[in-house]
Ligand binder design. Structure first.
Ligand code: GDP
Ligand code: MG
Length: 733
């Protein structure tokens, strides 16, 4: 590796001033908080002279020495500005709490000159220790030995260089008893690494010239993070304290690149010692004591561009320019990436919702989206949203299935007593057996799921009844028609050969005692399915949980009222069917009744029939069953009036029940479900709409859609970040 001193001067210098100026502009916009910008950081052992070196380079009077050993990183920034002033602030550590951040950010000191700073610095640092909660003799309430907060000192003026340097606490090898602990040591190491690992940081490895450099941990650490040695610069301090000739020779060997060479080489500087307080710079940028020292041997024989603060400062600016040139494209792509991230985060927060109008607009959009989903669901347009992939959210499909299940239940166990079989399957056209998926099992899993929905929504307890089906009372009783006998006797009047119409009404009521419960359970399933749909689709339309809860709490009473209307209407339908006099104009009633009566006649005559061969013109093999007319005449005379009436009651009831049952199942769908719960004007699905949002008063709007302080602050913070990054990209162009 060729030591830097033998290389030609860097050629990047031509472009650098412009770029440095741009970096400076970025820093002015505080963009270094978001994007690490090219920086110099002084690292080294405790008391190696870091703070003194930075004071030499920046002219900011640093407190030095053991007592005031640095407890946090200090960033010194130079900024070109018409006004001369020094601004001191604190950059909170990223892991600080919100409260801590607010408190730390509130710290600000403005000073008009370096002299003023010099006189006030100790007092200022005492204040800073209180803000950062650092425990010192003056601040015994402090809790920390070191802090990750950064003290920022901005030096503004019309002639300031573009230079930012960072002073970090020294790496200490031995934990001194009572003061620093192992965890302090790790914290400092972490902090130092945090600064030097960035490719845009120039590492000033500060080494006291009066100590053997080989014992200095910092060179090893720098090498770990800058293995190519592209950005590590050795700075030897305290040359005035080197007395022995051999020691001086060792220092010269380092500067000349003959020993432990560093790619960028070593510089030799003399800082103000503890005693020389007022060794001011002259016009050449050198202080008298430093100049005097370097005029002596052996220092005067060293290459002059390697010796003295002024030479170092010049080199640092060049180096910063080179690093900046290299960092430029990366800064641009990073700024772009961060900008996209920040925009995404802002979008996730949703638009600003501070004024009534903003809140109304925002909520209105959510309501509109919800209604779009509802319309798609009612139109069974399941391609409209990926949420429809969940089968429970395919609303109409799901409700139709539940209704089919209701239909099957009504058919199989809706009646209390079994009807007699007519004995002929053709006379009584019945429905097909239920499909596999409507089996009791699938119904039970659905009920388990619906019960979960109910547990999560205690508001629905008022409306819903999912009581378990009591099996015994629900199975159909087959008592061979005795119940008809009972009803008949109970209602019998003085009719001759016929029966009072109240018998039918009363028998029908008896037959339909389970309708109420079956219907209630059916409606409960329907309502829970609808409610679950509304909840899930609210999530789709409104990902913000707080707003969603707000909407829900505002509509829940009306929702429950809507469900109740549906439920009550279904109960009303049951009541109408059961309480009114049985009646229908449906022709199936008559055809079924005639078929049943015909079947009874058939059953009586069949035993009296005999076979007779057909007339010769027909095929000789065909045999027909015939009865005598006289037998027809006496066919029914063997029956008592009572028996006859009961049979008739049974047949009429059976035919009527079937028609009524089908009519009822259809009505429940049409009126109670479709009209009241789905597509009617007051259905619960229509509740959360733009219209509803428009009707909200200011307070309700703010309660639902208003922003929490933290999310408002977050948006402000992000907006600032976005505009800063946009500005950064403009500057970096
Ligand atoms: P830090 O802990 O690395 O920041 O070291 P300081 O800058 O606080 O310096 C430690 C001590 O060394 C202070 O008393 C300084 O005055 C002193 N010191 C630093 N540089 C020099 C120097 O070049 N010559 C002399 N004589 N003393 C120095
Ligand atoms: Mg220091």
């Amino acid at each position: 590796m060729v030591p830097e001193i033998f290389k030609a001067p860097a050629t990047g210098i031509l472009t650098s001033p412009d770029r440095l100026r741009k970096i400076d502009q970025l820093r002015e916009k505080n963009i270094d908080v978001i994007l690490p910008l090219p920086t110099l950081v002084a690292v080294g052992d405790q008391s190696s002279g870091k703070s003194s070196l930075l004071e030499s380079v920046t002219d900011i009077p640093f407190p030095r020495g053991q007592e005031l050993c640095t407890r946090y990183a200090t960033q010194i920034t130079h900024r070109r500005d018409p006004e001369v002033q020094i601004i001191i602030t604190i950059i909170p550590a990223p892991q600080s709490t919100d409260n801590e951040k607010v408190s730390l950010r509130s710290y600000r000191k403005e000073l008009s000159s370096t002299d003023e700073l010099r006189t006030k610095f100790v007092a200022i640092l005492d204040e800073v220790n209180v803000y950062m909660k650092i425990k010192t003799a003056k601040n015994p309430k402090g809790t920390k030995t070191f802090s990750r907060d950064i003290l920022k000192i901005e030096k503004c003026g019309p002639t300031e260089d573009y230079l930012t340097v960072i002073d970090v606490p020294g790496i200490f090898r031995l934990t001194s008893k009572g003061q620093t602990t192992e965890s302090d040591r790790n914290l400092v190491r972490d902090m130092v690494i945090g600064f030097i690992k960035d490719k845009r940081t120039i590492i000033l490895a500060v080494l006291p010239a009066n100590v053997d450099v080989m014992t200095q941990e910092i060179l090893a650490l720098a090498e770990e993070y800058d293995p190519e040695g592209e950005r590590t610069l050795g700075v030897l301090t305290k040359p005035d304290l080197v007395i022995e000739r051999s020691a001086k020779e060792a220092v010269c060997n380092l500067v000349n690149g003959r020993k432990k060479p560093l790619n960028l080489g070593y510089y030799l500087v003399k800082n103000r010692g503890g005693d020389d307080v007022d060794d001011a710079e002259d016009s050449s940028g050198l202080r008298k004591k430093e100049r005097d020292l370097f005029q002596q041997a052996p220092w005067c024989n060293l290459p002059q561009e390697r010796v003295g603060v002024a030479a170092l400062r010049e080199r640092l600016q060049d180096l910063l320019g080179e690093i900046t040139d290299k960092a430029y494209p990366e800064l641009r792509s990073e700024a772009r990436k961060k900008l996209t991230e920040a925009r995404d985060q802002r979008d996730a927060l949703g638009p600003s919702r501070q004024t009534d109008r903003e809140q109304q607009q925002y909520l209105g959009q959510i309501a509109a989206k919800f209604q779009t989903i509802v319309r798609a669901a009612l139109a069974t347009d399941y391609s409209a949203d990926p949420a429809f992939d969940q089968s429970q959210l395919r609303l109409i499909t799901e409700l139709v299935e539940i209704t089919e299940w209701f239909n099957v239940t009504m058919r199989n166990i809706g009646h209390r007593y079994a009807f007699q079989h007519s004995g002929d399957s053709t006379a009584d056209v019945d429905e097909p057996e239920p499909e596999e998926h409507l089996s009791k099992e699938s119904g039970n899993t659905k009920d388990t799921w619906l019960r979960n929905v109910l547990t999560q929504n205690p508001e629905l307890h008022d409306v819903i009844n999912l009581a378990k089906e009591p099996n015994t009372s629900f199975s159909v009783q087959s008592d061979n028609g005795k119940w008809i006998d009972v009803v008949y006797r109970r209602c019998r009047g003085v009719e001759l050969g016929t029966f009072s119409p109240t018998v039918l009404a009363s028998a029908f009521r008896d037959q339909t005692t389970k309708w109420d419960l079956i219907t209630e359970r059916h409606m409960s399933r329907i309502i829970l399915t609808i409610h679950n749909f509304i909840e899930e689709m609210l999530k789709v339309a409104c990902p913000n949980a707080k707003i969603r809860e707000g909407v829900k709490s505002m509509i829940i009473d009306d929702l429950v009222a809507g469900y109740k209307r549906g439920m009550n209407f279904a109960k009303y339908l049951v009541q109408v069917e059961r309480e009114k006099k049985p009646y229908t104009v449906n022709h199936y009633f008559n055809s079924n009744l005639q078929a049943a009566r015909g079947q009874r006649m058939f059953n009586i005559l069949a035993p009296k029939s005999f076979e007779q061969s057909q007339t010769p013109q027909n095929s000789p093999d065909t045999v027909t069953k015939v009865v005598r007319l006289a037998d027809v005449k006496t066919a029914t005379t063997d029956k008592s009036n009572e028996k006859h009436a009961q049979e008739d009651i049974h047949d009429i009831l059976k035919s009527y029940y079937k028609v009524a049952r089908k009519r009822f199942v259809d009505s429940v769908w049409c009126h109670a479900i479709d009209h009241h719960l789905l597509s009617g004007p007051n259905s619960p699905l229509t509740l959360f709409s733009e219209q509803w949002v428009l009707g909200l008063d200011e307070d309700s709007l703010a309660a639902i859609a208003g922003e929490s302080r933290s999310s408002r602050d977050k948006r402000i913070e992000l907006s600032k970040k976005i505009s800063d990054l946009e500005e950064a990209l403009r500057i970096l162009k």
